[in-house]
Design a protein around this ligand. Structure first.
Ligand code: ADP
Length: 368
């Protein structure tokens, strides 16, 4: 139930303006599935409805006589809260704010608080506070904020690389020797940006039901080589390929195959901070092609292996930038090809990610 801050509480003033008429308060407000608190002029709690008891766990006897400010989260006790703290009354209109209240277990939850001043004929006044639980909405907002923050950080590094390289290159004639290197840095940065944006777009296409593959009969070794030329080169990593000759053609969406392998190779580099070999290998197994990416990096603990392919899972890595979307997108795209993806890993020794795709996933009745 959504609260309307212009609720017609004024018309109930006669019923709620003193203790002796508390029966009316109960009959009026106990049926609401929004919380209602009646406060006196000093902002002390006089009455609450049963929804408030359920919301914050205190019963009405425990709440009676408390000041509203006693229930507020200390961080939300801002200067602007003087009205709520009882230091000043709202001069005009309603207060309509979002604040955390602490429940009986000491846990903070978000609520929307709407305060209306109610006056009776002899100018005594009290306040009616309507309370709406908005903790779910707040949680969604916080997840979104954290996600935007994470993506912004992930975009920042490659974008800075592109900008810096292009700025230097623009200084015509000054750095002719390093021009090819600058172009290569800018191009690597642009490729990384492309991969990050593609991951985001794939998730959004899937959520909107618009993810459609464009399958083409393809040469797997050619597809893998195309990925390798786009991966930023580092001095400490060595990428090697182990692809058997005479592999049959495979029906895949080349752009999606590219993104899956690119994500896995990017991760192999990112999670091998000390460098080492990154091997991309292919195995034919019956009517399936298995592609593997093996690194000698930090590895993944057994307890973390389970949630690895869930969106936004970052498994406590704090010193690398990422959105936690890469593996989720890999699983999504491999599954769209009727394939499977899995990992073998040992902490401190490295990881091998595998994905298997049928030679022709279309024959298996998948969507196109
Ligand atoms: P991101 O790299 O953006 O965090 P991913 O979905 O690509 O997101 O990976 C999810 C998590 O899986 C990473 O945060 C990391 O903890 C772990 N991970 C992925 N690939 C590897 C790898 N090759 N070695 C070790 N850990 C990895």
């Amino acid at each position: 139930m959504q609260l309307d801050s212009s609720s017609p509480v004024q018309s109930y003033s006669r019923e709620v303006d003193n203790d002796s008429e508390s029966l009316d308060f109960n009959t009026l407000f106990n049926h609401f599935n929004i919380g209602v608190i009646m406060l006196d002029e000093e902002w002390q709690i006089k009455q609450v409805n049963s929804t408030i008891e359920k919301m914050i766990g205190f019963n009405r006897l425990e709440l009676k006589g408390k000041k509203l400010i006693d229930l507020l989260h200390p961080d939300d006790n801002l200067p602007g809260n003087t009205a709520l703290s009882g230091l000043s009354a709202p001069s005009t209109g309603n207060i309509d704010i979002e604040r955390r209240l602490i429940d009986k277990l000491g846990q903070a939850r978000w609520f929307r608080l709407i305060v209306n001043q109610v006056k009776n004929d002899v100018s005594a006044s009290c306040y009616l506070l309507m309370v709406e639980d908005i903790s779910e909405r707040k949680e969604t907002e916080m997840v979104k904020d954290a996600f935007v923050d994470m993506v912004a950080h992930e975009l920042k590094n490659p974008l800075m690389a592109v900008i810096s390289a292009l700025r230097l290159a623009k200084k015509e004639g000054q750095f002719p020797d390093v021009l090819p290197e600058l172009v290569s840095i800018a191009s690597d940065g642009a490729e990384s940006l492309w991969a990050i944006l593609e991951n985001l777009l794939e998730v959004s296409r899937e959520r909107a039901g618009r993810l459609k593959l464009s399958p083409v009969s393809s040469d797997i070794s050619h597809l893998i080589k195309q990925v390798i030329v786009t991966v930023p080169q580092t001095l400490i990593h060595r990428i090697i390929m182990n692809i058997p000759e005479n592999l049959p053609a495979i029906v895949v969406d080349p752009a999606r195959f590219h993104l899956v392998l690119r994500n896995l190779v990017d991760n192999a580099i990112k999670y091998s901070p000390k460098g080492g070999e990154i091997e991309i290998f292919v195995i034919r197994s019956g009517e399936e092609i298995i592609v593997g990416v093996r690194d000698q990096g930090i590895g993944i603990s057994k307890s973390n292996l389970q949630n690895l392919f869930q969106p936004f899972e970052r498994l406590g890595v704090t010193n690398t930038v990422g959105s936690g979307l890469g593996l989720a997108v890999c699983r999504l795209l491999v599954t769209y090809h009727n394939g499977r993806i899995w990992v073998e890993s040992e902490t401190g020794k490295g990881s091998t990610f595998y994905f298997a795709i049928p030679l022709n996933y279309l024959k298996q009745g998948s969507q196109s």
